[in-house]
Design a protein. Structure first.
Length: 227
């Protein structure tokens, strides 16, 4: 009787191990920001949460600033990817505007990851380097989002473009997300539904759009995953 041969698991390369270490540090950073706030997210607490050695942290990120900047970029990339998936997932629904608003709130702005982003934005008011980095990344992501908004939606009876309407929505969602712990669920729901009622007469989804927009040349440069 032949004995089954068990293949040995492939050993990860140094690059793969290094990449996994970075992912653990970034995930721990965002979790720490969401749960402990900016002030409570020290390098030592993040290292403990990630379960890595201090030497590994120093190898990848020499200081807290470098770690936070990379974590913020990772967060914005995740958000953009999630938004793209949301747009495609509701592309065939008749009420896709309502579905999009609900999905954006539930899956993005009402999440611990958004709380982490709020902590970074608040900290950037007193940290010029962080503010410049966040501002530059936000501009790059918005430059990619605008063509996508205009690709999936169209407006009528107004000079506003779909991208302009969704910028207004983003500001509303950001404010609600920032104050989510202070507002009741019915108040938040009334604001979301109110925006949809106001926007529906002039903003609608384009018919027959079932594929993502053409990938802009800058896509891979902006969203190239480091972790």
């Amino acid at each position: 009787m032949k004995t089954a041969v068990t293949e040995k698991p492939r050993r990860r390369t140094q690059e793969e191990r290094s990449d996994a270490m970075r992912k653990r540090l970034l995930a721990a950073t965002l979790e720490s920001l969401a749960e402990d706030g900016y002030a409570g997210s020290t390098l030592s607490s993040i290292v403990r949460r990630a379960g890595v050695s201090r030497g590994a942290q120093v190898h990848h990120y020499p200081n807290k600033q470098a770690l936070l900047l990379d974590a913020s970029e990772d967060l914005l990339k995740r958000t953009y990817r999630r938004l793209g998936a949301l747009l495609l997932s509701i592309s065939e629904e008749d009420n896709r505007l309502q579905a999009l608003v609900d999905a954006c709130w539930e899956q993005m702005f009402a999440t611990p990851l958004y709380r982490a982003y709020c902590e970074l934005v608040a900290a950037s008011q007193r940290d010029e380097e962080l503010a410049q980095a966040l501002g530059a990344m936000l501009k790059r992501v918005m430059a990619l989002f605008e063509p996508a908004a205009n690709y999936y939606f169209e407006t009528s009876g107004t000079k506003l473009r779909p991208a302009d309407m969704f910028l207004q929505l983003s500001c509303l969602l950001s404010g609600l997300g920032l104050q989510a712990t202070l507002l009741s669920a019915p108040v938040i729901r009334s604001q979301l539904d109110g925006w949809v009622r106001q926007a529906s007469p002039i903003l609608r989804a384009r018919k027959g759009v079932t594929r993502p927009p053409p990938r802009p040349a800058s896509w891979d440069r902006v969203l190239e995953s480091k972790g």
